[in-house]
Design a protein around this ligand. Structure first.
Ligand SMILES: [Ca+2]
Ligand SMILES: [Ca+2]
Length: 318
């Protein structure tokens, strides 16, 4: 019969804050495998940036009557990344877009076993720790693929055994930065293209669309401007987009080549903002003030908004 030499085995984890957990609690955590191997299961996931100490000691006396000294092994865990929960609140939703947008294009350390698969991934912290989580798929760069990782892990939640620090980045509160519109648009169109390819709709894309629309509505133009009508050439109708830096009475007058007024579009009082789409840009149905369809040719349109005026050319082609 073999007997097991009595020994003490203690596994402890310590955070920088000083908080200590003892992982070794009962005999069931140990499995003896063969003569020289004992496997230990801590029964919970090690915490982030935790120094783990494994101390083995024994009461064996050697030939000289000395007790064997204890052996201590020490290692430190890295960061824990759940691919897609970039803001670390424990679930994957639209707010995880914020850190990806914030760190868009940033590069850093590649995760050895990085992927978009929903499993805990140990990571080495980037120079900016928050960016480590924004690299959802662990390929060392923050880009559209990380948006896809959020999309693919949509609505997933982390295992409740994980103790997550509270999110603390200021960007996590709101989608309110109009400078992010272009990046959000890249995300949105990237998701839309991919959805079309794989034939699966994206809730994230829909959420992004709303955010982009809201940002457009909230952001005010720096200058008042008349923009190119579309379509152009056209038949029979066209839209004339513009933007207003201040609220103004707005009218658009259409002239022929000889400078004769053809049509006045009185748009009334308009708030500052963008009037770019078919829903809010000026619309001309190609008719004169008397309701007649206008002949093919080149015309001019002039906007008047307070003291601002601007002119452009349009073409009716029948
Ligand atoms: Ca999250
Ligand atoms: Ca990435």
């Amino acid at each position: 019969m073999e007997t097991l030499t009595p020994f003490n085995f203690r596994v402890e984890g310590k955070l920088e804050s000083g908080s200590v957990i003892t992982y070794s609690q009962n005999e069931k955590q140990y499995t003896i495998e063969g003569m020289n191997m004992i496997t230990f299961d801590p029964g919970s996931t090690l915490r982030e940036k935790e120094t783990i100490t494994i101390r083995v000691s024994s009461g064996i006396e050697d030939v000289n009557g000395k007790f064997l000294e204890a052996i201590a092994l020490e290692f430190t865990t890295g960061l824990i990344v759940w691919p897609g929960d970039t803001n670390r609140d424990g679930n994957v939703d639209v707010f995880d877009i914020l850190p990806v947008g914030q760190f868009w294009g940033l590069t850093g350390e590649l995760r050895r076993k990085g992927s978009s698969n929903w499993r805990l991934q140990p990571a080495i912290s980037w120079a900016n720790k928050q960016a480590t989580y924004a690299d959802a798929n662990g390929d060392g760069v923050i880009n559209l693929d990380d948006v896809f990782a959020i999309n693919d892990n949509w609505k997933k939640t982390v295992n409740d055994r994980i103790v997550l620090p509270m999110p603390n980045s200021p960007v996590q509160s709101q989608f309110s930065n109009p400078e992010m519109i272009e990046i959000y648009k890249k995300m949105y169109f990237g998701l839309e293209n991919r959805s079309r390819e794989i034939g699966v709709g994206s809730e994230l894309a829909m959420a992004l669309k709303k955010i982009i629309d809201q940002l457009y509505m909230r952001s005010l133009p720096a200058v008042t401007k008349l923009l190119n009508n579309y379509p152009n050439p056209f038949n029979p109708e066209t839209w004339i987009p513009f933007q207003l830096a201040d609220p103004q009475e707005v009218s658009i007058t259409i002239y022929d080549l000889k400078g004769r007024k053809v049509r006045i579009l009185d748009l009334g009082h308009k708030k500052a903002g963008y009037y770019l789409n078919r829903g809010n840009a000026a619309h001309w149905d190609g008719r004169s003030d008397w309701g007649e369809l206008i002949a093919s040719g080149i015309y001019f349109y002039r906007i008047k908004a307070g003291n601002f005026s601007g002119q452009n050319r349009l073409v009716i082609l029948k």
